[in-house]
Structure formats: C-alpha cells, structure tokens
Design a protein around this ligand. Structure first.
Ligand code: AMP
Length: 109
C-alpha cells in the first residue's frame, strides 16, 4: 500500500534491521525500542489491523513469527502487544505485533 511505512520496509524501500523472515512475515527491530529487545512482526501483505484481517491464517503466521523471534533472541519470557486504533496507541496502520523482552515488565495498565 502506498505511503505505508511497513509496506515500504517489506518492499526494501526503507531500511530495517531484520531479525526473522519467511514467505508470510517480516520481523525487524523497532526504531524506538522500549525494551532491550523490541522487535516488530508484520505480515508481508498489507492489513490495517486485526480488525481488517480477512484470513485467519494471517494471525497464525504472525504468531509463528513472534515465536521465531523469541527463539532467535533467546527470550524465555516476553510481552506481545498488538495495538488496534489510535486510542490504543496504534501509529502505523499495518497490522503488527510488538515483541518486547530483556527486562522485567510492569503490570499492564
Ligand atoms: P504502534 O504504535 O503499535 O502502531 O507501533 C508502531 C511502531 O513502529 C512504533 O513502536 C515505532 O517506533 C515503530 N516504527 C515506526 N517507523 C519505523 C521504522 N521505519 N523502522 C522500525 N520501526 C518503526
């Protein structure tokens, strides 16, 4: 999708630090990390958010990507966040999961 930063990363038009990739997803380091490990897992195909998901397989692929990132980064404990909508804090409207680890997390608020 034009003007989507994550589509442009998937297309290789914007550089990223890749952590994992397969045919369905790409995982790369967040540009503004909130933890020692902060990786984003995005489907290659554009979907705005979990609400725009037409195929359940996208969710499975995303979660398999999360697990692959955790294994690659040696994380035994980590937090996975998927923001949906501006009020939740979603700023990039291309479905993605944050994988945060490497420090003790505070309780959710
Ligand atoms: P969210 O706020 O859930 O939509 O998450 C979007 C995330 O994308 C934020 O944590 C940003 O720091 C991150 N981000 C935005 N642009 C880039 C980029 N070019 N490379 C890596 N991460 C990015």
């Amino acid at each position: 999708m034009a003007n989507c930063v994550f589509c442009r990363i998937v297309a290789g038009e914007i550089p990223s630090t890749k952590v994992f990739e397969n045919d369905e997803v790409l995982a790369f380091r967040d540009i503004a990390p909130q933890a020692p490990v902060h990786v984003l897992v995005v489907p290659r195909k554009h979907v705005d958010s979990v609400q725009g998901m037409e195929e359940a397989g996208v969710a499975a692929a995303l979660l398999r990507g999360v697990a692959a990132v955790a294994e690659k980064e040696g994380l035994k404990s980590f937090r996975t966040i998927m923001n949906t909508g501006a009020e939740s804090g979603q700023t990039v409207f291309h479905f993605h999961a944050h994988v945060l680890g490497g420090r003790k997390m505070k309780a959710m608020g």
